[in-house]
Design a protein around this ligand. Structure first.
Ligand SMILES: Cc1cc2nc3c(=O)[nH]c(=O)nc-3n(C[C@H](O)[C@H](O)[C@H](O)COP(=O)(O)O)c2cc1C
Length: 222
């Protein structure tokens, strides 16, 4: 079982958010998962220019690091999304990456995976940011098993104090794959999303035949 963490702090290895996500991975590793941390800020991720290239072909016009990360996400069973709060939102680095996943959202290629969200902040916006990250997970077809946001208020020990809770979240994420995990509310959201994206899949069926066939095979188009 593989659990992949992606975080959007530009402070990379000094990042508090990375440290928190690392505790989640430690919990998952303790439950038998193979884990990997991705520092999005270290990668080459070009902002989407809305050219519709991915819509037409399924492949982005930019040959940068996004395709590689997406294929690692497809291989993973669980995905941890993390961001520090920047002006009460996710960082630009995280958002630029998420925008590049629009085609993966439309075709729901990550359906069946589980995820969770983490955020750190000095004071404000942590709950809103993990709510947004959980929303992104659901958009991708991923069920979230939970989230942690920490307002450090400058306390250097604030992240370490949450280590047990973060490890527990990682254990829960690994356990979701192994033992199953049900959340009727999120399952309803995912079903509504598929009903909406079905319109796009049907509209593009002439040039995205493989994806259309996959939706038919999965019973999402009858
Ligand atoms: C550009 C910028 C914007 C920030 N905006 C906020 C904010 O709106 N509210 C807040 O409480 N902290 C804010 N912070 C503080 C960070 O959220 C906080 O230090 C966070 O834990 C940093 O995480 P990191 O070490 O993973 O980068 C901001 C920091 C930066 C650099």
């Amino acid at each position: 079982m593989k659990i992949l963490a992606l975080h959007g702090s530009p402070r990379t290895i000094q990042s508090q958010t990375r440290r928190l996500a690392g505790f989640v991975l430690e919990g998952a590793a303790g439950a038998g998962a193979q884990t990997e941390m991705v520092d999005l800020a270290d990668l080459h991720i070009t902002p989407c220019k809305a050219c519709e290239g991915c819509t037409l072909t399924g492949t982005c016009v930019y040959d940068d690091d996004v395709a590689g990360i997406l294929s690692r996400m497809r291989e993973a069973d669980g995905i941890v999304l993390g961001s520090p709060v920047y002006v009460d939102n996710v960082t630009g680095q995280l958002k630029v990456f998420v925008d590049r996943l629009a085609d993966a959202v439309h075709y729901q290629v990550l359906t069946g995976k589980f995820g969770c969200a983490v955020a750190t902040t000095h004071e404000s916006g942590g709950d809103e940011v993990v709510a947004y990250l959980n929303h992104v997970l659901n958009y991708l077809g991923i069920i979230s098993v939970g989230s942690i946001s920490i307002a450090t208020r400058g306390d250097p020990g604030a992240i370490d104090a949450m280590e047990p809770e973060a490890q527990e979240l990682g254990k829960k994420l690994a356990g979701a794959k192994r033992n199953g995990y049900s959340d009727p509310v999120q399952e309803g959201i995912l079903a509504d999303n598929r009903a909406y994206f079905k319109m796009i899949v049907e509209k593009n069926r002439e040039f995205r035949t493989g994806e259309y066939d996959t939706w038919v095979q999965r019973g999402w188009i009858r």
